[in-house]
Design a protein around this ligand. Sequence first.
Ligand code: ZN
Ligand code: ZN
Length: 291
Amino acid sequence: MDLLAYWRWDNYLRDLNEGAGFHFNSNQKRLHSEIQIGERLWLVTGKPAQGGIQYILVAKLIVIGKTFNPPEYKYGKYRVWGDIKNSAYFSSDGPDLNELLLTLKFKSGRKIKSKDLIGQSLQTIRVLNPDDANILVEWSKFLSLEPRAYQIIDEELLEKSFEKDENSVKEAITKYHIGPSEKRKSFLKRIFKRNRRHAELLQEKYLGRCQICAFDPIILYGVRACYGHHIVYLSRGGIDELDNLILICPNHHEIIHSTNAVFDFYDLCYLYQNGRREPLVLNLHLKGYIS
Ligand SMILES: [Zn+2]
Ligand SMILES: [Zn+2]
């Protein structure tokens, strides 16, 4: 079933500032239990406006993955990932959603009784019935897209610049990473050395082997060939910490990028779009729920 969730205005802005993530976090279990892969998560924010809060539909995520965040992650235990191609971020200057919200019946059949109760009602993620979903589909056809969510550098391009030198990073970010805030852009330009150090640390920790398949280029060929890959992309708000990095071989790296595979901290598995799950065979630095 489609879900409707409330996205706090400050969290929504943070997401745009750091590089639209096309994912959503919550501590509510129904973010996982009430939605299936391929279904839609609709996100509404409450924008501060004259005369009270204005409710706006700001995103539609077509779910391609449901994962757990690292234990103690501050924005919630559960995450859903949207398909970047087919999901959408809408402009927060879009039309007021108040009236429409009051017409939704939800799976429970219980409408929101009045405008004053919208905020409170949306604190719980709501399950939509098929009619509600159609209403939102129609509504979203007339919304304009939020440009900042689309002016994001390709992660592989960013990674390549990090492999080159500090100037390439600066150039790549200035030229292709237009959407995020100036603060985030200057942060990314500053972390070059730290990023190198982290990757080096993983090379030493795992003796250059792939954490997913244990491919060992050093024993086989006498050279390093694995990459430090960011689990949540740096271009999409990922943090520059060791627990957001994983050491993987060129094959896994290629496949993970080309299939938009996502990482599940529950059991430390990579999760592919065809349903395949691959656990880590080497792990000394990532903490999951059942490891
Ligand atoms: Zn591998
Ligand atoms: Zn990568």
